[in-house]
Design a protein. Structure first.
Length: 217
């Protein structure tokens, strides 16, 4: 008889098989008059080039105080919907304008599944983050997935306004399965920093990763 964890993973995998896309809503950058450039069902490309220097497909233009700025796509995909009623209208900052349907690659599907099943420890506020010396040393010596973390461990240093503050882990005990930041990067509040996998779940997680790699086109 399959375990509850395996049944849970089967449901997640089935969901991604039925709809293997990520839907990215695009919002107005600031207040202004909007003019759509991309049309519904049109294909768009994200930023590209060796140094990410090539801009993506133009999505819309927004004008404020006779200053017009063209906003481009950050991911590739298809324009799933456009809020046509806003074309030529004045909008507030943050207004939803259109949605891009991005086809998920195998690696992205694996990462999306992992973010559903791992315990995600998130940035407490916007700042630069580094692993504590102890955690970084253990990662360097044996690799991240050999590092066991438990509640109360000092795992990360938060650097904000030239002041360093230790960050203590609160969450499920387990192995450091995924790292979502590069030391020294500025990370926004609420964005995952690490993903922790309880030891008893680790074999099942590895099994799912292997399965997706083998079965997904």
């Amino acid at each position: 008889m399959a375990s509850q964890q395996e049944i849970h993973f089967d449901k997640i995998i089935s969901r991604y098989r039925a709809d293997p896309y990520h839907y990215q809503d695009v919002h107005s950058l600031h207040t202004g008059k909007v003019r759509f450039i991309a049309e519904e069902n049109s294909s768009v490309e994200g930023v590209s080039g060796e140094w990410q220097h090539k801009l993506g497909t133009a999505l819309y233009a927004i004008e404020r105080e006779r200053n017009t700025k063209v906003i481009t796509a950050t991911i590739n995909g298809t324009v799933a919907s456009v809020c046509q009623n806003l074309d030529g209208q004045f909008v507030e900052a943050g207004e939803k304008l259109l949605t891009i349907r991005h086809p998920l690659k195998k690696k992205e599907i694996i990462e999306a599944i992992l973010q559903e099943v791992l315990f995600l420890f998130r940035a407490p506020e916007r700042a630069r983050y580094y692993f504590s010396l102890d955690i970084q040393s253990r990662i360097d010596q044996k690799g991240a997935r050999s590092v066991f973390i438990k509640p109360g461990d000092e795992i990360i240093t938060m650097s904000l306004m030239k002041r360093d503050t230790p960050v203590y882990y609160s969450g499920e005990a387990g192995l450091l399965h995924s790292i979502y930041f590069k030391p020294g990067d500025s990370v926004s509040q609420g964005v995952p920093l690490i993903g922790i996998c309880p030891e008893e779940k680790f074999p099942v997680v590895q099994k799912v990763i292997t399965r997706v790699k083998a079965e997904w086109e």
